[in-house]
Design a protein around this ligand. Structure first.
Ligand SMILES: [Zn+2]
Length: 838
């Protein structure tokens, strides 16, 4: 799975995080519960399903034939997960006849008494006739839930405009048992034979291969999908809708992209690197892509981001970028890489419990680093690695959590940036420590040893120890079964008399924990580098090296591989040398950060000018965000570089961001540049151009914007268009902006628009518009589980609407006062109705 990661940090600090609010209370109950791996009494063998869909009621009418066997001990009973179903009939299949079976059902678990005691090696098949009712599912007596429904009917009656009718499933963590009775645990595996009967106008997708299609006389069609290799129930998948199927292939295997028809033309720009990724991953792992085919489908209103259902990945519809968005690059290629790598790590070898989830997710996360490194170069891979450290550090509760965690409140809590981002970095450090060859050979052994089975983090350690010949308990205990990361303070003492440099390193993290850290210290004289491999084993360690000529730079952690925070007490000259000669992505980025803090120093400013033309576009863009444009000297010095970037940079995002900075100059010729670029195919360029014109000539910008907003637009351009309409309190465009907001996929862009939308609502006195806008905002708020943490932030924005309307009441007449009160009451009722719990 790949959850959407929201950047809410600044806002969360203002509000106080929930972690802080609960810090004073006594040890919660869940901390006392050990989350064990599920005991295996019966093992799944095969699942045959006949599924029919009732779009009127959002029900699934199912018949399931489930074949099982006792795991080891003889048993006369069977427990199946079956959440919120109506059970019509349960029997044992014997040849062509059926023996009715007794059962007890509490709405969550089916306890079935078998017709006799079965022994190990004896398979049996249970038949269940049932109705699944995902929208009526209740969790512990609370209100119907909006997530973990397992089976989702999107716009089932076709009443919502601009939205296709879709049905799809989300199994992870234990949602499959909402629509198919099963043993819904990750340490079970089953083959499949699914028959989906659907309206003939729709296409279907499921695990494995479609073996037959049959038209029925009632306007439906039955598609039969067979998966003949075992996989875990949470990976079972069904997807149905009016999709276009864009065909591709890898080594003779079908690779298909299921997209909404208007994206068929750009599907290969979004997913087209999939076959190359399959080849790359197969090669580095030494394990050929293990399944019969690979399909990817998009989904509306998809709360989970992306899910690696075996051979049938489901993605958020955010991947459906239009042709103009794709001019700026495919923002979601990492999703494609992530879910594909899961086909080995997660699907072929599966975590045995949610506590061990990192053996799935750390690998999928890590795969984004190696794909970028392979396809776009080391800078691109290092950038992914570095930014993921930031995602882990974003949440201050993360350092207190073990990577492998046997205590958690809700199993969904495991899907955090510790499991993902920290886990990925732990793998990348291990790869650096052992070397690529030993690292990937170990992954090969782990996959071959555990394929079609489940595994835990210790299985991983054993594979690495066997290949490398090293005891790695220290690494697993420190990183997998421990928490936190080192916080380093690094000082350098040069003694010219003795020609010695001493590096003094302190670990300053709170508590007694001391990290054992192997890394390189590189000593630079000019371009010449001398590498020393060292280990830090203590809270304070020092490393002394002799030199012939005073070094220009002593570069600790030469491969920039450590998961750490640090205070590196280098000089400006050191950092400049680091940018030019050490030269890794992180080396350069650190130098940019340091120089950005010293822009009054001509040497630092020169380095920034150099970095504006860095060889990697990501650092060019980064440098542009760091320039202090209110500093006259900076403004004057960078101007020619900006103009050059706008004219010549190969990346549209760099050209657009550079153009955006020209708003700081009062030069008439730049107005022409803005006007000329408003219709650029890149949204980044067009958006920045329109924003620039807005400063020069607000009236002209507004009149152009009123025309532009009639055409579909997205990205930076739509952000600027919305901002202009909001600023002008443009009532005519309200529906366009509100629809745009409503149709945005669940994600960061949508979140970023909530605040401007609330300003819009504060400024309009049309009660119907206020209600429509608030409804859209609340729908977004309630679509996401509590874990995302957006609910309090959005409620805070809504409260600001109330405050502003309250103030306005004192300035208007009675009629308007009443209308405002009605609006205030409406917003208030929606804040009060926020979803409770998960
Ligand atoms: Zn994942």
């Amino acid at each position: 799975m790949k959850r959407i990661h929201f950047l809410l940090l600044v806002l969360m600090i203002q509000l106080g995080t929930s972690a802080q609010q609960t810090a004073d209370t006594k040890t919660p109950e869940w901390k006392k519960i050990y989350r064990s791996t599920a005991t295996k009494i019966n093992d799944l063998v095969h699942t045959k399903l006949d599924a029919r869909f009732d779009y009127e009621k959002s029900y699934l009418n199912g018949k399931a034939w489930i074949t099982l066997k006792p795991h080891f001990y003889p048993t006369d009973s069977l427990s199946l997960d079956a959440k919120g179903m109506d059970i019509h009939k349960i029997s044992l299949v014997q040849g062509t006849s059926q023996i009715p079976l007794k059962y007890k059902y509490d709405g969550m678990i089916l306890n079935i008494t078998l017709n006799k005691t079965y022994k190990v090696g004896e398979n049996y098949t249970v038949f269940i006739d049932y109705t699944a009712k995902p929208n009526e599912l209740k969790v512990s007596g609370s209100a119907a839930i909006t997530d973990a429904k397992g089976l989702y009917f999107i716009n089932p009656l076709g009443k919502e405009k601009n939205k296709p009718t879709q049905v799809w499933t989300q199994g992870e963590t234990e949602g499959t048992s909402v629509w198919c009775p099963t043993i819904d645990k990750p340490n079970q595996k089953s083959t499949q034979d699914f028959s989906l009967t659907v309206p003939a106008k729709y296409v279907t997708l499921s695990n494995g291969k479609m073996v037959s299609q049959k038209k029925n006389s009632d306007g439906t069609r039955t598609d039969n999908w067979v998966m003949d290799l075992p996989n875990a129930p949470y990976l079972f998948f069904m997807g149905i809708g009016p999709y276009s199927i864009v065909k591709d292939s890898y080594k003779g295997k079908e690779v298909n992209y299921y997209v909404e028809p208007e994206y068929a033309a750009v599907a290969k720009k979004i997913f087209g690197n999939t076959p190359e990724m399959m080849g790359f991953y197969s090669r580095v792992l030494g394990v050929e892509y293990p399944w019969v085919k690979y399909d990817q489908m998009t989904a509306r209103d998809y709360v989970s981001g992306a899910m690696e259902n075996t051979t049938a990945t489901l993605h958020t519809d955010a991947l459906q970028q239009d042709a103009r968005e794709l001019v700026d690059g495919n923002k979601y290629e990492d999703y494609v890489a992530h879910e594909l790598f899961h086909q080995w790590f997660g699907d072929l070898v599966t975590t045995e419990s949610w506590s061990n989830l990192s053996v799935n997710e750390s690998f999928a996360n890590f795969s984004e680093t190696i794909w970028n490194e392979y396809k776009y170069g080391k800078d691109a891979g290092d950038a992914v690695n570095f930014k993921d450290i930031g995602k882990y550090l974003d949440d201050e509760s993360n350092p207190s959590k073990d990577l492998i965690r046997f205590h958690y409140d809700n199993r969904e809590d495991m899907f955090d940036m510790v499991t993902y981002s920290k886990g990925g970095r732990i793998l990348n450090m291990l790869r650096n420590y052992l070397g690529d060859s030993a690292f990937f050979k170990s992954l090969n052994l782990y996959l071959n040893t555990n394929k079609f089975k489940s595994a835990e983090a210790q299985n991983l350690r054993l594979a690495f120890e066997e290949i490398s010949g090293q005891d790695l308990n220290w690494y697993w205990n420190q990183w997998y079964y421990g928490s936190g990361h080192p916080i380093l303070d690094i000082d350098y003492v040069y003694e010219d008399a003795t020609k010695m440099v001493t590096v003094i390193m302190k670990q300053t993290q709170a508590g007694d924990k001391v990290f054992t850290l192997p890394f390189a210290i590189d000593i630079y004289t000019g371009a010449k580098k001398e590498r020393h491999k060292v280990w830090m084993n203590d809270k304070v360690d020092s490393f002394t090296f002799s030199y012939a000529q005073k070094p220009d730079l002593v570069n600790v952690d030469g491969d920039k591989i450590l998961l750490c925070q640090k205070k590196d007490n280098k000089t400006l000259d050191n950092f400049i040398h680091q940018y030019k000669y050490a030269g890794l992505y992180v080396d350069r980025r650190e130098a940019i950060d340091f120089c950005a803090k010293h822009q009054d120093d001509p040497k630092a400013l020169d380095l920034l000018k150099l970095a504006m033309k860095d060889r990697f576009y990501d650092l060019r863009n980064y440098t542009l965000t760091k320039l202090k444009m209110d500093n006259e000297k900076v403004k004057q010095e960078v101007e020619p570089v900006l103009v050059d970037l706008i004219r010549n940079d190969p990346k549209s995002t760099v050209r657009g961001n550079a153009l955006g900075l020209l708003t700081f100059y009062d030069k008439p010729e730049y107005k022409d540049l803005f006007q000329k670029n408003i219709h650029d195919s890149s949204y980044t360029i067009a958006g920045n151009a329109l924003a620039g014109l807005m400063k020069w000539d607000p009236d002209e910008a507004y009149s152009i914007a009123k025309n532009l907003i009639k055409q579909p637009a997205r990205g930076d351009l739509m952000d600027v268009l919305s901002a202009i309409m909001i600023q002008h309190k443009d009532a005519a465009s309200f529906n366009t902006v509100n629809d745009y907001f409503g149709n945005l996929p669940l994600g960061q862009s949508k979140f970023d628009l909530v605040k401007p939308m609330c300003e819009y609502l504060s400024n309009t006195n049309d009660t119907e518009k206020v209600k429509a806008g608030v409804d859209n905002i609340v729908k977004f708020r309630d679509a996401l589980p509590e874990q995302y943490g957006i609910t309090p932030v959005i409620n805070n924005f809504l409260k600001e609407v109330i405050t502003k309307k309250g103030k306005e009441q004192s300035t208007v007449g009675d009629a308007d006062k009443a209308a405002l009160q009605q609006q205030i009451d409406y917003v208030q009722s929606k804040i009060g109705a926020e979803k409770k719990g998960f």
